[in-house]
Write a protein that binds this ligand. Structure first.
Ligand code: ADP
Length: 398
């Protein structure tokens, strides 16, 4: 059974074709510069990568090209498009109605179009990607998997902001949470590793964008991202949580426009803003190790904020059975993991520094010190596989 997973951005379309029987990726790639000129990189395990620069005036042209490539004798992995049993689409936002993954019909499409205001950056391209795929593959089911839906279980006191209640009721201003597909995947793996479906788990997805989620009994109970993916810990270029008056101060006193303010908060803050070096954690750490004080400060601020949320979620859940690190920084940055876990023994978190330092990349790794009350795991995330699994079960009832 073959499932195609599509993740469409404003000028990009990433894809992965899974063979679900083997749980293997047959091919994956990325179409870039859609609407500009066009570029594609196409990869198949064990084979040479293929790149080209075809014209991609829109998402439909890109997906059409991808389907051609997947079936082409030279670069393909299937004989015909008919072999693709269903298509899974990643959506950042499912609003309040799409509380779980769903087969996408006209009603769902209409709802997704009605909430683009909540998600102006990612909503429109994801919708165009879906429409393009549906036009090219009208005979299969298309499933939407929403980053927000993992947070449908948040209690109201965790998702309602302490603002006038009408702003929630009328404007839908609330905590939605993001990266849910990744947190769901790694929390599920941690649950399996612990052999305890009721486990209290804190998952740290630390990448270019970062978020932390608390899960009990397989259900999310709190998360650091909020109304938008701007909230929570500092990220590559995003500030994370701030005193909200900083925003109005920037506008009123520093005379920035709304757009300029957004640019500061989204594109000029976080690791980049503090260090002045880069948004990429590797560059910032390298500079810190070479004695750059602001780079060192940026890393300290990140670690401080991650620890603070782990503590908060410990308090909310009255314990932690497992702490999980995932995504680019969480999976690869041993020094950061060691810094976050330092002095967390009061919460039961203690890691074996030797194991942490030698933990092989790309694999699940148990970092816990012998006898630690809580387990600490590195679990590589796999959002695409999670989307493929949901697609398989919804489209085909498996
Ligand atoms: P995205 O949110 O774009 O999917 P990723 O999850 O790929 O991002 O994470 C990107 C981040 O991971 C970057 O800040 C990068 O520096 C960091 N990263 C990747 N490898 C390492 C490493 N070996 N050490 C430290 N940071 C790393």
């Amino acid at each position: 059974m073959k499932i195609l997973v599509v993740n469409a951005g404003s000028s990009s379309l990433k894809y992965q074709l899974f063979d679900m029987g083997q749980g293997a990726v047959l091919a994956k790639g990325n179409c870039e510069r859609i609407g500009i000129d066009g570029r594609i990189t196409h990869k198949r395990p064990g084979k040479e990568d293929f790149s080209a620069a075809p014209a991609f005036p829109d998402h439909r042209a890109a997906i059409g090209y991808v389907l051609g490539l997947l079936t082409a004798p030279a670069h393909g992995v299937i004989e015909s498009v008919e072999e693709i049993a269903a298509v899974g689409h990643r959506f950042a936002h499912g609003g309040e109605k799409l509380r779980e993954s769903a087969v996408l019909g006209d009603e769902e499409l209409e709802y997704l179009e009605s909430i683009v205001g909540l998600n102006p950056l990612h909503g429109p391209p994801a919708i165009s990607g879906f429409k393009a795929c549906r036009a090219e593959m009208p005979n299969v089911k298309h499933v939407g998997v929403f980053d927000t839906s993992y947070y449908a279980t948040l209690p109201d006191y965790a998702y309602i902001y302490p603002l006038p209640y009408e702003l929630y009721e009328e404007k839908k201003i609330r905590r939605y949470g993001f990266h849910g597909t990744s947190h769901r995947y790694v929390a599920g793996k941690a649950q399996e590793l612990l052999g305890d479906p009721n486990a209290k788990i804190v998952t740290c997805h630390l990448g270019n964008g970062s978020s932390i989620t608390a899960t009990v009994n397989g259900k999310a109970v709190d998360t650091s991202m909020g109304f938008t993916p701007q909230d929570g810990v500092p990220m590559g270029t995003r500030s994370g949580a701030l005193d909200p008056t900083v925003v109005t101060y920037l506008m009123k006193t520093c005379k920035l426009s709304a757009e300029e303010t957004e640019k500061v908060l989204n594109e000029k803050s976080g690791l980049l803003g503090i260090s002045g070096v880069s948004s990429d954690c590797r560059d910032v750490e390298e500079a810190a190790n070479a004695g750059n004080k602001r780079a060192e400060l940026a890393m300290r601020i990140l670690v401080h904020n991650v620890k603070k949320l782990i503590g908060a979620y410990y308090a909310e859940m009255n314990g932690i059975d497992a702490l999980v690190f995932t995504a680019g920084i969480g999976e690869n940055d041993r020094a950061l993991r060691a810094d976050v876990c330092r002095d967390l023994s009061a919460l039961g978190v203690e890691i074996d520094e030797e194991v942490n330092a030698t933990c092989p990349r790309g694999e699940i790794c148990d970092l816990s010190k012998k006898g630690a009350r809580a387990k600490t795991f590195v679990i590589p995330t796999n959002e695409e596989y999670m989307i493929a699994l949901d697609t398989l079960s919804l489209a085909l009832g498996k």
